[in-house]
Design a protein around this ligand. Structure first.
Ligand SMILES: Cc1cc2nc3c(=O)[nH]c(=O)nc-3n(C[C@H](O)[C@H](O)[C@H](O)COP(=O)(O)OP(=O)(O)OC[C@H]3O[C@@H](n4cnc5c(N)ncnc54)[C@H](O)[C@@H]3O)c2cc1C
Length: 369
C-alpha cells in the first residue's frame, strides 16, 4: 500500500499532536523543528480546565472538547508504549474573596458540566479552611469553588510523549529550519539545510513563527507572538503532588507539580515581538500576583522563569486550522493563544483525519483558514 506522506513543520504541542495522530493512522510523517528560543509549549503552565472560562462559542467548544479528549489521547499513547505524560486530574480551585464572583463562576461551570459528559466531575463551594487544606500557601480571606475534574500536564513531557508516540508509529524527526518551496502543482517542497523533502501534504505547525514560513506564498495569517513569562518555585520538603491548580478568576494562576514545584504566572505581553527575554517588569508582575493570592509562597526557592511566545490569533481570537485555500497540499495549525496545551491533541486528531481524507471535518469547520 502506498503511504500518504506528510511533513509537519514545528514540534510544539500543535505539531507533535498532529504528527502522532497522522502516524498512528499509517501516514509516513517527517517532523521538522528548528528549536527556536521561546517555544510556547516548553513554557506552558499545563492547566487543562476550561470550564470556568468566560469565553463562549466555537473557542469554548474546542477548549472543552480538548479537555474531554485528554484521557483518550493518554490511552492512545499508552498503547504506543508511552507511559509518561505527567497528566493528572488533581482538580481545579477557583478562588476569590467576593462570594458573588464565586457564585457566578460556579453557576457557569455547573451549566457546562451538565452537557460535558462527566469529565468536569464534582463542582462544590468550599470555605477558606478547605481552600487552605487543598493549597496551603493561599491567603486566609479566600473562599473557593472546587472542580474535581480539573487536570494538569507538563507541557514538555506531553510534547515529548506525543513525538515519541509518532516515532513509535514510524515518524522521522529532522532538526533544522524549514523553508517552503512552492510548486505550481502539488504540495510545496520543504528545504531543511542541504536536504529537500517532498510529501503529499505539508502542515505548518510553527506556532508564532507561522507567517515567516508562509512568506513565499505572500500569505499572512492573523497571528502574532505574545510573550508569556512564568516562574517556577520550589517548596523544599513539601509534597505538592496532589495540589489542584489555582485560578483567582483573572489571567494569572498557579499549578503544582510532583517535585515540590509550583509554577506561577503568567504575563500576557501582546506586542512583544519575537523577544523571548525575562524582563524586570514581567518577573515583578508574576511574583506580585502570586504572593498577593498565596503569601505562603514568599519563602519558596525561585528555580527559574520560562518564557514562551504564544501564537496569539489577532482577529477572531480563534485558532486557524485546516487546508489553506488556493495552495494545494498546504495546511496550517496555529493561533492557539493561551489554550494550546488543552486544544492541540483533539485538534491534531481531527486535522489528521482531514488531511488524510482530503476534506474538512465538522469539528474544525469554525476554525478553517
Ligand atoms: C507561559 C505560558 C503558559 C501557558 N499555559 C497554558 C495552559 O496552562 N494551558 C493551555 O492549554 N495552554 C497554555 N499555554 C498556551 C500553549 O502553550 C500554546 O498555545 C501552545 O504551546 C502553542 O503550541 P504550538 O505548537 O502552536 O507553538 P510552539 O510551542 O511555539 O511550537 C512552535 C515550534 O515551531 C518551531 N519552528 C518555528 N519556525 C520553524 C521553522 N521555520 N522550521 C522548523 N521549525 C520551526 C519552533 O522551534 C517551535 O518548536 C501557555 C503558554 C505560555 C507561553
Amino acid at each position: 500500500m502506498v503511504q500518504h506522506r506528510v511533513i509537519v513543520i514545528g514540534s510544539g504541542i500543535a505539531g507533535a499532536s498532529a504528527a502522532f495522530a497522522l502516524a498512528r493512522r499509517g501516514a509516513a510523517v517527517t517532523v521538522v523543528d528548528s528549536g527556536e528560543a521561546g517555544q510556547a509549549t516548553g513554557a506552558s503552565a499545563g492547566i487543562i480546565s476550561p470550564w470556568a472560562s468566560t469565553v463562549e462559542g466555537p473557542f469554548y467548544d474546542l477548549y472543552a472538547a480538548g479537555a474531554a479528549y485528554y484521557p483518550e489521547v493518554i490511552g492512545l499513547l499508552g498503547e504506543a508504549g508511552v507511559e509518561r505524560t505527567d497528566y493528572r486530574r488533581n482538580g481545579a480551585l477557583l478562588v476569590h474573596e467576593d462570594p458573588a464572583r464565586l457564585a457566578e463562576a460556579q453557576a457557569r461551570v455547573e451549566a457546562r458540566a451538565r452537557t460535558a459528559g462527566g469529565v468536569v466531575g464534582e463542582v462544590r463551594r468550599i470555605g477558606n479552611d478547605e481552600v487552605r487544606a487543598l493549597f496551603p500557601p493561599l491567603a486566609p480571606e479566600l473562599e473557593g469553588v472546587y472542580i474535581s475534574g480539573g487536570g494538569r500536564v507538563d507541557g514538555r513531557t506531553m510534547r515529548d510523549a506525543l513525538l515519541q508516540g509518532a516515532v513509535h508509529h514510524g515518524a522521522r524527526r529532522v532538526d533544522g529550519r524549514a523553508r517552503l518551496l512552492p510548486r505550481p502543482q502539488g504540495a510545496p517542497r520543504v528545504e531543511v539545510g542541504s536536504e529537500t523533502l517532498e510529501a503529499d501534504d505539508v502542515l505548518v505547525a510553527s506556532g508564532a513563527w507561522a507567517n515567516e514560513l508562509l512568506a513565499p506564498y505572500d500569505l499572512r495569517l492573523a497571528v502574532e507572538p505574545q510573550r508569556g513569562q512564568i516562574t517556577h518555585l520550589r517548596l523544599d520538603g513539601v509534597d505538592t503532588s496532589g495540589w489542584p491548580s489555582v485560578h483567582p478568576l483573572s489571567h494569572h494562576y498557579m499549578v503544582a507539580f510532583d517535585d515540590s514545584r509550583v509554577a506561577v504566572g503568567a504575563t500576557r505581553e501582546t506586542g512583544s515581538g519575537f523577544d523571548a527575554r525575562v524582563t524586570a517588569r514581567g518577573q515583578w508582575q508574576v511574583l506580585a500576583d502570586a504572593l498577593r493570592i498565596a503569601p505562603g509562597l514568599a519563602d519558596a526557592t525561585l528555580i527559574e522563569t520560562r518564557v514562551g511566545l504564544r501564537p496569539l490569533p489577532s482577529e477572531e481570537l480563534l485558532p486557524i486550522v485546516g487546508a489553506l485555500p488556493g495552495t494545494p497540499g498546504l495546511h496550517v495549525v496555529t493561533g492557539f493563544g493561551a489554550a494550546g496545551l488543552t486544544m492541540a491533541p483533539f485538534t491534531g486528531d481531527a486535522l489528521a483525519r482531514s488531511i488524510l481524507d482530503g476534506k474538512t471535518v465538522p469539528e474544525l469547520a469554525a476554525v478553517a483558514p
